[in-house]
Design a protein around this ligand. Structure first.
Ligand code: HEC
Length: 227
């Protein structure tokens, strides 16, 4: 019994350690009480599972049974008369009924699926998006560029591209007109390590078309500032 207790404790500790390392970086104890509660709940579930299992293992090892034997026996091995408990039987039948309901009425495999609906809608939007931008004109390119800019670049260069002090510079200055779309696209693709900070390379994060669009957008902003 004692060795089982120690074994159980070691198992719980090992499983907790496993859980902790699997969740990895996303998780730091003491930083967020929800995380701590989750860990605590994990500990509770593991302990209960391990020790309930151990209790039954122990019972299998040590318990002796008594009761009335059925008449037949097989080479001396008898069977106790253990009628199926009514509640257990009802639950068993209930799960079968529930299964049939689940398969046929509840969630039939060919029925409505939220994931299916999502995929269908995404595909529709994708086609629509591709159609819109297939023969994209200058204005289209600018508005596409603006969307890209607001998501990818604004955190450092500001929503109006006029720079954020200490993060990244004004992109509406005349200097960039000299780069042209191609030059600007190349710069954005490569990224840059500079004095204020480092800009990540965007060539693997955005498509060529998106980089071209964002360059077009930036140049359009700077246009009135002269060449
Ligand atoms: C993490 C912050 C950050 C993000 C995000 C960012 N940049 Fe930058 N960017 C910088 C910094 C810092 C520099 C200046 C580096 C230096 O000191 O020369 C810079 C420089 C530039 C330059 C000048 C490059 C050159 O060769 O002179 C351009 C153009 C530019 N960014 C455009 C963009 C565009 C377009 C995006 C979005 C796709 C973007 N940046 C996203 C920080 C950022």
């Amino acid at each position: 019994m004692k060795s089982m207790l120690i074994g159980g404790l070691i198992l719980v500790v090992a499983l907790m350690a496993g859980t902790y390392f699997v969740v990895g970086d996303s998780f730091k104890l003491g930083e967020d009480y929800i995380n701590d509660l989750t860990m605590l709940a994990g500990f509770a579930i593991l302990s209960i599972t391990v020790f309930v299992a151990l209790k039954y293992v122990n019972q299998i090892k040590n318990d002796t049974a008594s009761g009335e034997l059925v008449e037949d026996n097989w080479d001396g091995i008898g069977e106790y008369k253990n009628p199926v408990p009514t509640g257990w039987g009802l639950m068993f039948i209930g799960t079968i009924v529930w299964l049939l309901w689940y398969w046929t009425i509840g969630y039939p495999t060919n029925g409505f699926s939220q994931i299916g609906q999502y995929n269908e809608e995404v595909n529709n939007y994708q086609t629509k998006f591709e159609d819109t931008f297939k023969n994209i004109d200058q204005d289209g390119l600018k508005s596409m560029g603006q969307s890209v800019f607001l998501v990818q670049c604004a955190p450092c260069h500001g929503v109006d591209a006029e720079g954020i002090s200490g993060k990244a510079q004004d992109l509406t200055v005349p200097m960039y007109q000299a780069y042209g779309v191609a030059g600007l696209s190349a710069s954005i693709g490569m990224g840059k390590k500079g004095e204020i900070g480092t800009m990540p390379a965007f060539k693997d994060r955005l498509t060529e078309k998106q980089i071209e669009a964002v360059s077009t957008y930036i140049l359009s902003l700077g246009e009135q500032n002269g060449k």
